[in-house]
Design a protein around this ligand. Structure first.
Ligand code: SF4
Length: 372
């Protein structure tokens, strides 16, 4: 016999017709999703996920910091901000050859997308020329390209698109209401404006946020509402768990319950059924069980390798082991003549548990440099 409480839970699931693409979610509707019994929420998210994706495929990206530290913004979570003394080593814009070398190593390790991040408010003209060359050269390796360079205007976005940039990452970070508690050197409207320029230029959008910064549950709902309002939805939605870096104002903020984090992944999956939801920064601090739940909740993208701008990422061996344990496989790129080769490369890497070839000396050096 079905109990009354079960019936009421089932009724609440009608809040989210399966797979419907909507841009008009209210915060109250999103809060109602968050409030569903955990099993119901995950079941619903998994159903939506299966309607749109191979449930066992995970998109794999590699991330490189191409300019590190001394950022003029004051993001309270970020060790790269020039406002805080975190002991992070600063690095000027990397040479193009160095970036290409890293991208090649990532490709050999099986990554399908190479993401490059620079700690800028926005790119200066002379730096943009170098960055455009990086895009062209990395693209020529057959990799998808993604960049995060801060705010870009219409002209800069157009030139990046022309150079072949596939994705531009620009996170909304948190809700509009909580934003001023985290960043004061730019506004929410600035963020949305850059995202508009990226879209206008024809690039794909990568936009998400960070959870566990002391925000209220309603802020998490409001952040996801802002992302779901974007039309079309961002193709990539990174959901980060705050990495508490000593020296930043958020170093002692209370931990977010991992179950709340998983709920946010599941709600993001339901709100944006066709987007890749990325399990992003903070993965190193997560238990294996939390990561497994994130995949079950609809996360289908990760950073692979041990570089994640200036915070760590689980060792590649652990990632390979987890993929094998869960029967996951890397998602193939949409358009690359080398797809079969790429797929074989990563799958071989995933099953050869003892292989250390992925951990290239080059990537280690770069990683160590960011932590120096
Ligand atoms: S998050 Fe980006 S913009 Fe903010 S301080 Fe860090 S590098 Fe600068």
């Amino acid at each position: 016999m079905i109990s009354a409480s079960h019936e009421s839970r089932a009724a609440s699931l009608t809040l989210a017709p399966r797979g419907e693409i909507r841009h008009d979610w209210t915060v109250e509707e999103i809060e109602a999703l968050f409030a569903l019994p955990f099993n119901d929420l995950l079941f619903h998210a998994q159903q939506v996920h299966r309607d749109h994706f191979d449930p066992n495929a995970v998109q794999v990206s590699t991330l490189l910091s191409i300019k590190t530290g001394a950022c003029p913004e004051d993001c309270k979570y970020c060790p790269q901000s020039g406002y805080y003394n975190t002991g992070l080593g600063k690095e000027k814009l990397l040479e193009v050859e160095k970036v290409v070398e890293q991208a090649r190593a990532a490709r050999e390790a099986g990554a399908s997308r190479f993401c490059m991040g620079a700690a800028w408010k926005s790119p200066r003209e002379k730096d943009l020329d170098v960055v455009l060359e990086m895009v062209r050269r990395v693209k020529a390796l057959g990799l998808e390209t993604c960049m995060t360079l801060g705010m870009v205007d219409t002209d800069q976005a157009g030139r990046l698109a022309e150079a072949g940039l596939d994705y531009y990452n620009h996170n909304l970070d948190t809700s509009p209401e909580y934003y001023g508690e985290i960043i004061t050197t730019r506004t929410y409207a600035d963020r949305l404006e850059t995202l508009g320029h990226v879209r206008q230029a024809g690039m794909k959008v990568c936009a998400g946020g960070i959870l566990g910064m002391g925000e209220a549950p309603r802020d998490r709902a409001a952040l996801l509402q802002q992302l779901a309002r974007l039309e079309p939805h961002p193709e990539s939605v990174p959901i980060n768990m705050l990495v508490k870096v000593p020296g930043t104002p958020l170093e002692n903020v209370d931990d977010l319950d991992p179950i709340e984090f998983i709920r946010a992944i599941a709600v993001a999956r339901i709100l944006m059924p066709q987007s890749h939801v990325r399990l992003s920064a903070g993965r190193e601090q997560m238990s294996e069980s939390t990561q497994v739940l994130a995949f079950l909740a609809g996360a289908n993208s990760i950073f692979y390798g041990d570089q994640l701008l200036t915070t760590g990422n689980p060792q590649v061996d652990q990632d390979r082991a987890l993929f094998v344990k869960l029967g996951l496989h890397p998602e193939q790129r949409e358009s690359c003549v080398d797809d079969a080769h790429q797929q074989a490369t990563l799958e071989t890497a995933l099953v050869r548990q003892s292989a250390t070839a992925l951990d290239t000396e080059a990537s280690r050096l770069a990683y160590d440099a960011t932590r120096a």
